[in-house]
Design a protein around this ligand. Structure first.
Ligand SMILES: [Zn+2]
Length: 161
């Protein structure tokens, strides 16, 4: 039985400036999740909890890695199906060149697919700003996900069903 849904998430590489901020290591260990991604997985659980959703990512049979994705402009992928583990891959080049906020946006986007079961939402405002971090990257809108607007986007992510 072949049931594999595959989502390529296209995120523009434009205007990403690495920041020299230190992300504290978290203690929770997820099996089969790259060390670099663990703290982002913890943040996802925490942000969900603050919005009334109890999510234990260790229950989702997730495999997550940082490796080279050969397609241009693809920052992350999520594949899932009935007979395979939910698999997230984050592009290594994107990871190296991105700030913690930008990394978080892409990890949360992929978890939005693999864990929250969400598709893409390409709504945008009149200034061309995407109204969801679940945008496909193909709609021509952009997101500058940062500490000022993060709450809006996370409310949108965890409030949608
Ligand atoms: Zn996507």
């Amino acid at each position: 039985m072949r049931c594999l849904l595959f989502c390529f998430c296209l995120i523009s590489f434009m205007a990403c400036q690495p920041e020299n901020s230190f992300v504290a290591e978290e203690t929770t260990d997820f099996d089969d999740v790259d060390n670099g991604l663990q703290s982002y997985f913890n943040s996802f659980e925490n942000e969900a909890r603050m919005r009334g959703q109890e999510i234990d990512l260790s229950e989702y049979n997730l495999t997550a890695s940082i490796e080279e994705i050969h397609e241009d402009g693809v920052a992350g992928t999520c594949s899932f199906g009935s007979n395979i583990p939910n698999t997230i891959v984050i592009d290594r080049q994107f990871w190296i060149n991105s700030s913690p906020n930008r990394r978080e946006m892409v990890v949360f986007h992929e978890l939005g697919h693999c864990v929250l079961g969400q598709g893409h939402r390409d709504d945008q405002n009149q200034n061309g700003i995407c109204l969801s971090i679940m945008n496909s990257g193909l709609a021509g809108c952009s997101v500058a996900y940062n500490s000022q607007n993060k709450d809006y986007y996370l409310d949108e992510l965890f409030g949608a069903d």
